[in-house]
Design a protein around this ligand. Sequence first.
Ligand code: SF4
Length: 213
Amino acid sequence: MLETQNKEISLYFLDDKPYINMTNACTNACVFCLRNQKEDVQGAKLWLEKDNITSKDVIEQINKNKDKIAKNNEIVFCGYGEPLIKIREVVEVSKYIKENFPDIKIRINTNGHANAIHKKNVVEMLSPYIDTISVSLNAQNEEMYNKISQPKIENAYEEVKRFIRACVEAKIKTIASVVDKVPDYQIDIKRCEVIAKSLGADFRARDFIKNGY
Ligand code: SF4
């Protein structure tokens, strides 16, 4: 049994489906981000007070919930922050899941900044384990992206598009996503879809839901 002192909850369930929340940190400050609205999603408190979750912590929580997890066909890295800021931990946990739950697919929801953050192609580290990656394209151009996502890195929109293409090239099922109907921010959905397809990705638009998930 792995021993850990960290009691922060990184594994949570929504409608009995498992999610992993690695960090609060993010290189965006999206206008629609749930972090701006509340500290829980359907009762799951996602704000990590210490924000020092390790892969051992997550694996321990996975083991404690293995029967519940085994009833699912997918587990998702998604939470109040950007999971790929903790790339090493995501890879370690994903490897563990693949070795111990071979029938469960792994998805990551990401802002697409990881290669810029780590200054290398981290997609190569992910591709052995990750089945699906959903990347927040968020807008049809840099100007709108900067308004909606308020990135803290340079050339973020171009970085996101490059990241999407890198995931496609690594043969990970890649979805470029946008949030529609955000109050005061009307994006061009058709144009976003054309960009997603041009990068080789699938496209998904979901409507903004206040206090939703
Ligand atoms: S990328 Fe995700 S976690 Fe980061 S600010 Fe945007 S919605 Fe929130």
